[in-house]
Structure formats: C-alpha cells, structure tokens
Design a protein around this ligand. Sequence first.
Ligand SMILES: *Cc1c(COP(=O)(O)O)cnc(C)c1O
Length: 395
Amino acid sequence: MYVYADNAATTAMSQTAIDAMLPYFNKIYGNPSSLHSVGQEAKEALDAARASVAKCLGCEPREITFTSGGSEADNQAIRSAAIFGARKGKKHIISTAFEHHAVLHTLQRLEKEGYEVTYLDVKEGHNITAQQVRDAIRPDTCLVTVMYANNEIGSVLPIAEIGAVCKQAGVLFHTDAVQAVGHLHINVKEQNIDMLSLSGHKFHGPKGVGALYARRGIPLTNLIDGGAQERGKRAGTENIAGVSGMAAAMVDACDHIDQNMPRVAAMRDRLIEGLSQIPHSALNGDAVNRLPGNVSFCFEGIEGEALLLLLDMHGVCASSGSACTSGSLDPSHVLLAIGRVHDVAHGSLRLSLCEYNTDEEVDHILKVVPEVVAYLRNMSPVWRDLQTGKREYIL
Ligand SMILES: *Cc1c(COP(=O)(O)O)cnc(C)c1O
C-alpha cells in the first residue's frame, strides 16, 4: 500500500484542473495583450479565472492579482503594506512566531531595513487570540500579518475576530491563507481581511501559480516591473493555463467544502485518537480549531528523519516539522515557537490528509506508525536512558 499523507506540502492535481488547463497550451495559446482574436480568447480565459477566484473569496475580480504562488503573494502583500505605512511614518508590523518562511523571511528583511516587528507568542493553546493582536497594536502599526491556518501544526487562527480588531484600529490586515483556501469557508469582506495570499497547488491545482487579494484602494508595490499586466501590479505575460487550472480547482474545492470537511476531519480524528495511544507522545497544534486534514505529533526519544524514512519504506509519505530538507538539523521554528524543546521537536511527524485519502489508508497508518516508533525507540540510546531513569521524560 502507498499512502500520500503530505497534502500540506502539495496536492495531486484534480482531473478537473488538468482538463481546464489543456486548451491553453496549444489551442488557445494567445497572449492576452494581443488585440487579435487568438489573444482575446486568452484574455477571456484570464477574466473568467479572475472572476471565479474572486467569487470564491467574496471579493471583486479587480481585487485579485495573479502571482507565481503563495510566496510571491506574501512578499507583495507585506512589502506593499510596509511601504504604504512608511509614507505615513508607520513602521511597526505585528505577526506571529509560527508564520511560513515566506512571511518570516520577508519580515526579517524589513527589520534590517528599519521596520520593527512584534511576533505574537503562540505557546498558549498553540494559537493566538484577537486580544493579543489588540494589545500589540500601536499608533505606528502599519500592518498585522497573521496566517489563516498553520501549515505544520494545523492551528486555525481567529481570523474574523482579528479582522474586526484591525478594522477598528485602522490597521491593514493581511493573512497567508495558503493552507485554508479550498478547505475552510472564507469571505474576505465578512471577515474584514484587507489582503490574502493563496496558492493553487495546495488545493489540487497546479504549482507555480497563486493569487493576492488586495482590497480596492490598497496601493500594491510591484515586485516585478515590466509591462502593464495585472493592472500594472505584476509584469509578465500571464500564465493562462496556470490561472485557469487554479481557478477550476478552487471552484471545485469551494463547492465541495461541506462534503469534504467532515469526511477528512473524521479521518484526522481517528488518526489523532490512535496515535495518542503511543506513550510519551503529544499532539501539536490547536486541538479544537484545527485544519480538517492536519495531524501533528511529537514522539519522545526518536528522530523525525529516521521515522520518515522508515515510514516511506512502509508506504507512508509524511513529513516532519524539521527543516532537515534545507540541509540544517535545526528543529522547526514552529515547534520551538509552541514551546517544544529541541529534543522533543526533533521527534515530530506531520500527516496531512485530503479528500482523496481513504479509511483503509488511515488503518494502514495506524498500524505502521506505532510499530515504527517502537522499533526506533528500541534502538535509541536516548530512549534507553529515559527508560532506565538516567534521563527524565519531557512528554
Ligand atoms: C505552501 C505555503 C506557502 C508557499 O506557497 P507556494 O505557492 O509554494 O509559494 C506559503 N504559506 C503557507 C502557509 C504554505 O503552506
């Protein structure tokens, strides 16, 4: 059996999305800026995709800028708000300690450029409260940027409440909603979201395409200068196949949230229930306000990397929170941010499900993970020290 349980990293494209893309490779291949009919057909596809994406978010088509993905949308949103704020002498930004690197690294760069960033603590409940945001807002705050849902531990943040706080204080509010779009109900107007980032490949669309929603009137700063595409805010010939595939996947996902969410959440809950039986383990993330597909655990006395390799050999594709893929052995900043100590953070496992997963696959995971954890603990000198009392258990 082969189980793909790494949907927070990326998803398989749906047939709907693939079918939506195909005509734009060699049939309707025009440049939307061309005045002739082939170009205008491509322009129509671009407009249709923008209208679909806008409808799913509850905004106007003109408030959508297509980008190369979630990372670019995050960069553009944050940079735009920072530059806009600086013009009015406001150079303070509020974020959280467990953002995606696309946000964190952009903020770190802004700090070097003279901005000040407050990173809200996420230890309590592995989440933040709207009150924390309210308390952190200052007269010189130009932006609140907090993620909609965390990609590693699945916590879903109180976005509507934070939106209300920001609106009341007159501070721009951006959310990295890459993990939420297509999986949770979102309405940017009702939730008072000023800017929102999304990415096609996290909801069965193509990789390399995303979008930034920015409320009318927010002056976006270009990251890429050139032609007048995307209302002059993002130069370069549009990725018509990509945006068409993303829009089709998004409509499909948004239309089926009410069917998919309970089914995926039921598989998630069965995994959480089963894996909690493993001794000296802990669930990461908000136990209540949680992405329907996210299961994240720390197991004491093992190395997450070894766990992943063995799980792969047993047909389970998962992920750890650790940044080992980038060649560093530092544990994940997210797990450290929620208060896991280094040793514990190293023994992490993230399983992320989607509606393509099945109950049989959940059974397989529930059989394999406890066996592999026990096997690794048997070989671990750390585990021996814990068992003989030379070391104290943390979990
Ligand atoms: C995947 C992801 C991103 C990056 O999106 P790309 O399209 O891969 O650039 C940003 N934020 C979060 C929360 C993500 O999960």
